[in-house]
Design a protein around this ligand. Structure first.
Ligand SMILES: [Zn+2]
Length: 308
């Protein structure tokens, strides 16, 4: 992606004051298991569940503790006012202008421009979300989150939370390399923001109240695939600007493949549990990302009904 020299968003909150804390990132094996577990099952299989949920959380866009029953609503909109306090932490110890931050700020700016235009064409107003860079752990309106949960979007405070060490993991552990794989991760989270602004997410949360676990997972898959499709729509418009390079789309599609529920489960435990899927299979994720990219139309992103 030819991103250098383009506009960078001001909507970045740099909360990486603990960035020198070493093993707090995704790489630490122990860190993955620090997610609070609310005693959901208590059975012998619960450790698998934790692994699955944490894994899934890498790309969920919401706080895995919610799925585990330990949180109070990572997906719940309008959550309490516990917004991350970044005041006074922005300069000093945080690496202020590193290249990866500039890349993230540029991708965020591109999403702002694209979605502002799309909303405007529908007679709507797009509200820019904030993107919080954190290191190790963070408190959001959706509760406390560890970097092990991966990037996520909190509907309650309209913020995307990202520990950039996830990008290294995406590359080294999941085999999803390339700049545009990273752009896709950001665009997917922004897709959740779009769902929040358009009321799709609150509708999902309402419906979720009366659902059993399996059904809620199925609905979650639909929501996630739509975020993938929205990421594709963004990529479509980004392509029209002439700033995509050869291999960019392939890189995003490969990322979608590597973080599919089935692929992740196979990799981590050797077998798959389809009822537990909540982001979609590799094939589904690639399909919806590609669909959004191909047409650039929101109407092609209706994952909420019909076959997926
Ligand atoms: Zn997601």
């Amino acid at each position: 992606m030819l991103w250098k020299g383009r506009r960078q968003s001001d909507n970045i909150e740099d909360d990486r004051s603990d960035s020198d804390s070493g093993g707090g990132g995704l790489g630490g094996g122990g860190g993955q298991f620090r997610i609070p577990i609310g005693g959901r099952t208590g059975g012998g299989g619960s450790i698998f569940l934790v692994i699955l949920v944490v894994l899934a959380g890498w790309y969920f866009g919401f706080d895995p503790s919610t799925i585990l029953g330990g949180g109070d609503g990572g997906l719940l909109p309008g959550g309490g006012g516990q917004i991350t306090d970044n005041s006074g932490q922005d300069s000093g110890t945080a690496p202020a202008n590193d290249e990866m931050k500039q890349f993230v700020a540029t991708v965020l700016a591109e999403t702002e421009d694209t979605w502002t235009g799309i909303f405007k064409s529908q007679g709507l107003t797009y509200e820019d979300p904030k993107l919080v860079l954190f290191s190790g752990q963070v408190r959001s309106a959706c509760g406390f989150a560890s970097a092990a949960a991966g990037p996520f979007y909190c509907p309650g405070d309209h913020k995307v939370y990202l520990d950039m060490t996830f990008f290294q993991q995406l590359d080294q552990q999941f085999g999803a390399s390339g700049e545009f794989a990273r752009a896709y991760v950001i665009a997917h989270e922004i897709g959740h923001h779009v769902q929040n602004l358009t009321g799709i997410m609150s509708k999902f949360n309402q419906m979720r109240q009366s659902m059993g676990e399996v059904e809620a997972n199925q609905m979650s898959v639909r929501i996630e695939l739509q975020a993938d499709c929205f990421a594709g729509v963004w990529a479509h418009y980004t392509g029209q600007k002439g700033i995509l390079e050869q291999g960019d789309i392939e890189s995003a599609l490969n990322a979608a493949k590597q973080i599919g529920d089935d692929t992740l489960q196979k990799k981590m435990q050797g077998y798959v549990v389809p009822e537990s899927f909540n982001h979609g299979t590799s094939q589904q994720r690639q399909t919806w990302l590609a669909r959004g990219y191909k047409s650039g139309k929101l109407s092609d992103c209706n994952t909420l009904s019909g076959p997926i």
